[in-house]
Design a protein around this ligand. Structure first.
Ligand SMILES: Nc1ncnc2c1ncn2[C@@H]1O[C@H](COP(=O)(O)OP(=O)(O)OP(=O)(O)O)[C@@H](O)[C@H]1O
Ligand SMILES: O=c1[nH]c(=O)c2[nH+]cn([C@@H]3O[C@H](COP(=O)(O)O)[C@@H](O)[C@H]3O)c2[nH]1
Ligand SMILES: NC(=O)CC[C@H](N)C(=O)O
Ligand SMILES: [Mg+2]
Length: 525
């Protein structure tokens, strides 16, 4: 079998070397918005181990000081690639450090907007970029020009705000073009990638489908079979559809009904994925198994672990039942890993604290000896959605709010019983129905109802009631790392509250959650 080409070999690629800035991934995003493929790797990447040749390299910003003893440094083989290089903030300081060491602490930190003063308007980096606002975030600065460089831009606080090598295509800028506060930053990045690096602007999801299907077929070969867990969520559906396009019925999708899915979810997924998208789908009803194991459990982390482990058990059992036609064993496992997951795991800064255990079905199946296929591992969520639409997945499914694997079990606070799940499910259904009716579904990133384990007194039809409380959550976010609560009109909330109390037995009161993330999280558990 011929070696399978990585995406970075098929598309002209800008390599972003990450020195740990909180904005690094935005560089990649911005370039892709211009249909230029960009990939981020840690700054410690050995160039000889890259396996492909980038069209250009960007050195990102970072929290370190280049002159510090433990500061990270780029593999200097990057300069032997003879491709254009752009250093951003720490990246520029790194260029200067390697070339005369004239970097040190500035007299003041510069954090926030500054006005760019373009000295050399003929510089291709500044085509269409004039005296605009740029975003600064640094405490160190260049104390002099590195040997062989000249100044092409200044700012009030940075005499070396933009520099370029006299004879080589190596550029440095002190500000961050990737953040939106730099009003013409996107243009600058495009100038670098398209004009200076000559990268083709052919990174489109149409092209990606073709190359990816080819890649999957080569990887899997003519007979091997693939299994994958699907949830009816966006990521696993898009991955499953792509797999089906590539190898048809040799892909086996498994949906586990864990008893804590949304109302009618298993039937809906069966219809849309199985019948509609022609994905070879098995639905496993494991509700009893999950709910039995959750009996008496109230601790959120224990719930998550029980569900994660049971997922694996059920999935393994089902996978063992699938008998490939050639009598061989299943060889591959499909996973819906996205680029943000990859980016998180390439960080060289060490693990951060566990806030909650996000379950991930495939990630724990190591002893199954299956080889992983992750067709979405180069894509951001919005790219996955574009891809989904192109693959003929309905707009409604593609734009569905995310739904966590542990499902309603982490939205029923306290013990998870069939009755409690039924109440939460019904309230959630009404809430989402009203959100859709009000035309707000696509304005909200995620919305759901939680059932609280407290009772409260009410009065209905002159009778005293003593029932539970539903908390509604709706958030706006781009990355789910931070989130704001959604500002509903009072009339909307009033209507939803009335419907839930009237229609859902067991609920006497409704509240709306007005906490952002942080300090709260999106889910309540
Ligand atoms: N009920 C389920 N049955 C089978 N697999 C599941 C189930 N729930 C989750 N998974 C698996 O866990 C993975 C992670 O879930 P996650 O919610 O992050 O992604 P998704 O459901 O595909 O998309 P979305 O983020 O839109 O909900 C899924 O891609 C799927 O492979
Ligand atoms: O697949 C998943 N498995 C999980 O265990 C899980 N926990 C939270 N989430 C989703 O992640 C996003 C951020 O949620 P939190 O602020 O609660 O961590 C939100 O979109 C949550 O719905 C999960 N998704
Ligand atoms: N944003 C950055 O890249 C900062 C670089 C360096 N740590 C400084 O303070 O100047
Ligand atoms: Mg999901």
């Amino acid at each position: 079998m011929s070696p399978v080409e990585p995406v970075s070999n098929v598309f002209d690629t800008i390599l972003v070397l990450d020195f740990g800035s909180q904005y690094s991934h935005l560089i990649t995003r911005r370039l892709r918005e211009y249909n230029v493929y960009a990939e981020m790797l840690p700054c410690t990447q050995k160039i000889s181990e890259l396996g492909w040749k980038p069209s250009g390299v960007i050195l990102s910003g970072g929290p370190y000081s280049v002159y510090a003893e433990d500061a990270p440094h780029v593999d200097t083989a990057v300069f032997d690639l003879n491709v254009p290089i752009l250093g951003i903030c720490y990246g520029m300081q790194e260029l200067a450090w390697l070339n005369g060491k004239q970097v040190g602490r500035g007299d003041k930190r510069e954090y926030g907007p500054a006005t760019l003063n373009v000295v050399d308007a003929s510089s291709p980096l500044f085509k269409g970029v004039d005296h605009s606002v740029v975003w600064m975030s640094h405490g160190d600065k260049l104390h002099g020009l590195p040997a062989g460089y000249k100044v092409i831009a200044t700012s009030q606080n940075s005499p070396y705000c933009g520099i370029v090598h006299e004879s080589k295509p190596i550029w440095g800028i002190q500000f961050h073009p990737e953040v939106t506060h730099s009003t013409q930053g996107k243009t600058l990045l495009k100038n670098f990638a398209v004009d200076i690096c000559q990268a083709k602007q052919n990174w489109t999801m149409e092209n990606f489908i073709d190359t990816e299907i080819k890649r999957i077929r080569e990887l899997v070969g003519p007979t091997a079979e693939v299994i994958g867990a699907v949830s009816g969520g966006v990521d696993s559906t898009v991955a499953a559809k792509l797999m089906t396009e590539a190898i048809g019925d040799r892909f086996h999708a498994i949906l586990v009904d864990n008893g804590v899915l949304r109302l009618n979810e298993a039937e809906i997924v069966k219809k849309t994925l199985g019948e509609g998208l022609k994905i070879n789908l098995t639905v496993v009803d494991a509700a009893d198994e999950f709910l039995d194991k959750l009996k008496g459990v109230t601790d959120p982390e224990r719930k998550r672990k029980i569900i994660g482990n049971t997922f694996i058990e059920v999935f393994e059992k089902e996978a063992a039942k699938i008998q490939p036609k050639d009598g061989e064993e299943i060889e591959f496992l499909l996973q819906g890993t996205l680029y943000p997951d990859v980016i998180e795991s390439i960080s060289f800064k060490g693990p951060s604290q566990t806030i909650k255990t996000h379950h991930n079905v495939g990630g724990l199946l190591e002893d199954m000896k299956l080889k992983l296929i992750e067709p979405l591992r180069e894509l951001f969520k919005d790219e996955v959605r574009d891809l989904g639409e192109l693959l003929g997945i309905s707009h409604e499914l593609v734009w569905r709010h995310p739904f966590p694997g542990p499902g309603i079990a982490i939205r029923v606070l306290g013990e998870v019983t069939r009755e409690q799940v039924a109440i939460a499910r019904k309230a959630d259904h009404i809430y989402i129905e009203e959100i859709r009716k009000a035309g707000l579904y696509n304005k909200i990133s995620q919305a759901f109802a939680c059932l609280l384990p407290v009772k409260s007194v009410g009065v209905m039809g002159d009778q005293r009631t003593y029932e539970q409380v539903i908390a509604l959550r709706a958030i706006e976010t781009t990355d789910f790392m931070t989130a704001d609560w959604f500002p509903f009109e009072h009339a909307f909330l009033k209507n939803v509250a009335a419907r839930i109390v009237n229609e859902v037995d067991g609920v006497a009161r409704v509240t709306y959650d007005i906490t952002s993330k942080p300090p709260a999280t999106v889910e309540w558990e």
